[in-house]
Design a protein around this ligand. Structure first.
Ligand code: BGC
Length: 445
């Protein structure tokens, strides 16, 4: 019997156990190459800090830049393994002009918002700040690093290849924001790991499953063959930049289209199959094919599927798992009419095959990465996860956990996935505390 187009597509988006095994194996190999400084699609960037002990104390600022929203937080670390407390927080939305204009505009905007936060909260005496900067950065030490490339459609000019903290400091001076001292620069995955490590000594990994995708791992220093300067700790956290992994992935025609339409062609292949920024784009392309070839939607392309970014992640949530009422309300909004049952089923199937594939590939990468994690316990490891896909997408964390159990077998029992909300920001404060307390890993900048 000839299968329908949707069945063929579901086959193309399936990730069988055999493929998951191959991905896991390839990840381990790429990690080893990255740690040795050899050519690899996984950069394995040293974070110049080890997992926090939980004894970190004090009040710190955190600046969290990783998507169109960026956050400023004032965080209190009580020490003695108690949970950090967010005393104040503000979210600001960056405009497309700020993200894709010049570096001076982007960092100037951030400085301006930070100045406003300090004013609003009457912070006038000097305070240490941890900066979460969630892009591939080659750190020179704990408080400075060079941006290797932009991802997630950021493209501010004049920043790639330059020192990020120096540019930010200059922008702060330009806006007369004086009482802030940037003492640490970290990736959001590293922050997430740290935010959980404060509470849980078994935490060996931080994962972001949100707009972007990436993993950080705690690795024994003896495994790190490339240059790590004056760092002397027994273990170090490594920002893997796993989103760029590009081996044995089951990429199809739609993945190639998403790549071609992206702001960073031929980069971030795993991220483009996994992360929340790209999943709706995949759905959009698949639905457009169904419209063209099977006269789905009566053969007309609704405007929401015309532009690249009009169809959103939260729309997928609703079509995949929303109540009938929620689906009809959204359909009325997006398409100007309600969907018939066959159309509703089709939308749900497309969203499910795309989100499910994301979770199964993410599981394979997480298990690949775990092979090199330095755990405090032989039996257990905690994987700290933050990001909207994991936190909010219906059923995502369940499919991810099931895929991990399927691939890991009995060893999967010791793996605990732990939602670490706001980990990226809180973690930056934790790293700022580690640095302020030890003061020994700074670069001369
Ligand atoms: C960036 C990573 C980041 C991830 C999650 C990716 O696009 O390259 O540095 O950790 O997004 O925010």
């Amino acid at each position: 019997m000839k299968s329908s187009l949707i069945e063929t597509l579901e086959g193309q988006f399936e990730v069988p156990l055999s493929r998951m095994r191959r991905i896991r194996g390839a990840v381990t190999k790429e990690m080893d190459a990255g740690l040795a400084g050899r050519k690899s699609s996984i950069a394995m960037l040293p974070a110049y800090c080890d997992a926090a002990s939980g004894r970190e104390r004090g009040r710190y600022l955190a600046l969290d830049l990783g998507g169109t929203n960026f956050r400023v937080m004032l965080v209190e670390l009580p020490g003695s393994g108690k949970p950090p407390r967010v005393i104040a927080e503000a979210k600001y939305r960056l405009t497309p002009g700020q993200i894709t204009g010049s570096g001076a505009v982007l960092f100037g905007a951030i400085a301006g918002y930070l100045g406003k936060f300090l004013k609003d909260h009457e912070i006038t005496s000097e305070i240490a700040l941890g900066y979460t900067f969630s892009f591939p950065v080659q750190l020179l030490g704990i408080d400075e690093g060079i941006l290797m490339k932009w991802t997630k459609d950021f493209s501010a000019s004049g920043v790639v290849g330059r020192k990020v903290v120096a540019i930010q400091r200059q922008a702060l001076a330009g806006k007369k924001v004086r009482c802030v001292n940037i003492v640490a620069l970290a990736n959001d995955t590293v922050g997430t790991l740290q935010a959980q490590a404060v509470l849980d000594p078994d935490c060996g990994m931080g994962v972001i499953l949100g707009t972007g995708f990436n993993i950080a791992v705690r690795v024994a220093s003896r495994r790190i063959r490339k240059e790590t300067g004056a760092y002397r700790g027994k273990s170090m956290i490594i920002n893997m930049e796993t989103g760029n992994f590009n081996k044995v992935l089951p990429r199809n025609h739609y993945d190639r289209r998403v790549d071609r339409d992206s702001g960073n062609v031929a980069h971030q292949f795993a991220e483009k199959m996994i992360a929340g920024k790209y999943l709706p784009q995949l759905v959009r392309l698949v639905v457009r094919d169904l419209i063209r070839k099977e006269r789905f939607f009566e053969g007309h392309v609704p405007t929401v599927f015309v532009e690249r970014d009009a169809f959103k992640g939260w729309h997928m949530d609703v079509f995949e798992a929303g109540s009938r009422k929620a689906v009809q309300e959204l359909s009325q909004d997006l398409f100007g009419r309600q969907l018939d049952p066959a159309e509703r089923r089709m939308m749900a199937r497309v969203c499910r095959m795309v989100s499910r594939r994301s979770a199964r590939i993410a599981a394979s990468l997480i298990l690949g990465a775990l092979t090199r994690v330095e755990c405090r316990s032989k039996k257990r490891v905690t994987v700290a996860v933050d990001g909207s896909l994991f936190e909010k997408y219906p059923g995502y964390s369940r499919v991810l956990a099931a895929a991990i159990r399927e691939l890991a077998g009995p060893a999967g029992k010791g793996i605990r996935l732990k939602l670490t909300k706001d980990g990226s920001g809180i973690g930056a404060a934790v790293i700022a505390a580690v640095v302020t307390e030890s003061g020994d890993m700074r670069t001369a900048s």
